[in-house]
Design a binder for this molecule. Structure first.
Ligand code: GLC
Length: 431
């Protein structure tokens, strides 16, 4: 088995404190604008896909604006697709001509992005696709656009995955030596087994060793198909029922990656865009289970976030303006605090504050059951810093309560009218 213990450990503390990042999927697929897997779905040959490469010209691209949007939304890191499955590279790689500088864009698109985000104090993650439907040595397999093309299948004999694995190491070396400190490397993805690919094809062991040599503390995801590796777990397009734990019950680092609408790349005619309250709930849900959220934007081929994405980023920004305290530096609440119905809890262990996110507005009182809640000293709303009173039922109301749990609980009284924020939060002080 691969011995991961002989390598330096990844730095993960900044990551679990950050809790919130921006995923960006940007490539040639933003032109057809009907999913980043379009080559696979429509079985498009390299030759037929060339029309996008020849016309890719993001004239409105302004990474400074992107970075400002991310910062305003409370995101502390971003992950950009330096190369997606289509094989197109955003930077000026010397190992391929299939790159932005050779399109009408005429320049390296990655460098200015990295600079812009860093200037906003946002950490940098690189997504790098293990899959490459453009590279001449990448064999046709079950996910390949040419999977049903017998002639292309036959050519696999002339293809050499060893050459491709070396190409990846060369490119990863560029990415880890020409852009300063990189905080995350996000590989995507392995599908070992029949007609698939895994660590033997990627030569993951060598790749891993190379990365740890170039940037020892970098975080590497869990998609290299290499047992023992994976500095974070990457649930995708679902929210886990609970957080991930190791054998001893210690929380493991994880990050859910989610989309606003379903696809990762810009998809013009997709209308399944998520509701803003749900998107904020998803962020809270991650933190309440000791996880992070990486939410995705697929910029247009002219280089902009479209109106639907902006609307949602702005909703995060507006909510985070008041509520980032319940997200950044927070984790799951100690088990002794039972979560009241219709709510989600997070906790800041350094500040010793508990955050109650009220997802559905109840009738006047919230019952906080259990002894632990008796330790709370003060409560206030985050959106306006106004006190929330620990006030139980009125004596006359008690006549009508024969429910012991209600009588014995700590109780807070909330205003009759729900505050005008997408999800109101009560901040409890333990000291
Ligand atoms: C998937 C898809 C892909 C996307 C990724 C993000 O594995 O292949 O298109 O980039 O998920 O997690």
């Amino acid at each position: 088995m691969f011995d991961v213990s002989k390598f330096p450990k990844a730095e993960t503390e900044w990551f679990t404190e950050s809790r919130f990042g921006l995923f960006i999927h940007w490539g040639l697929y933003s032109m057809p604008a009907r999913h980043e897997w379009i080559r696979n779905k429509e079985k498009i040959s390299t030759a037929d896909y060339q029309k996008y490469f020849d016309r890719f010209d993001p004239d409105l691209y302004d990474p400074v604006l992107w970075a400002k949007k991310a910062k305003a939304a409370g995101m502390k890191y971003f992950v950009i697709t330096t190369k997606h499955h289509e094989g197109f590279c955003l930077w000026d790689s010397k190992y391929t001509d299939y790159k932005a500088p050779k399109t009408p864009a005429g320049r390296d698109l990655l460098k200015p992005m990295v600079d812009a985000f860093r200037n906003e104090g946002i950490k940098v993650g690189f997504y790098y696709s293990l899959i490459d439907w453009h590279h001449k040595d990448f064999t046709v397999d079950k996910h390949h656009p040419m999977r049903e093309n017998e002639a292309e299948r036959a050519k696999n004999k002339e293809r050499n995955m060893k050459v491709y694995a070396e190409y990846m190491r060369n490119q990863v070396t560029e990415l880890l030596t020409q852009f300063g400190k990189i905080d995350i490397l996000w590989f995507d993805f392995s599908y070992p087994g029949e007609d698939g690919k895994g660590h033997m094809d990627w030569e993951s062991e060598e790749l891993y060793a190379l990365i740890r040599k170039l940037q020892p503390g970098i975080m590497i995801d869990n998609r290299l198909d290499l047992e023992g590796t994976g500095d974070f777990i990457t649930p995708e397009q679902f929210q886990p029922k609970e957080g991930y734990k190791d054998k001893n019950g210690k929380p493991l680092v994880w990050e859910a990656c989610q989309t606003f609408s379903g696809s990762w790349g810009y998809f013009r005619d997709e209308y399944s865009w998520r509701d803003k309250t749900e998107l904020i709930t998803t962020l809270i849900d991650c933190v309440s289970k000791d996880g992070n959220l990486l939410i995705n934007v697929g910029p247009t081929s002219r280089g902009e976030f479209d109106a639907r994405a902006l609307e949602r980023l702005d909703a995060y920004a507006k909510w985070m303006h008041h509520h980032s305290r319940s997200i950044h530096g927070c984790a799951s609440a100690p088990a002794e605090f039972a979560c009241p119905q219709g709510c989600k809890l997070t906790y800041n262990p350094v500040k010793r504050r508990l955050y109650l996110h009220i997802l559905s507005w109840p009738y006047k009182h919230i019952y906080l059951e259990g002894e632990a809640y008796k330790k709370l000293k003060y409560a206030q709303f985050l959106h306006d810093g106004s006190e929330v009173e620990f006030k139980g039922l009125e004596p006359w109301q008690m006549h009508f309560s024969d429910n012991r749990a209600v009588v014995d609980s700590s109780v807070i009284t909330i205003p009759q009218v729900r505050p005008d924020v997408l999800i109101p939060v009560v901040e409890f002080f333990l000291d």
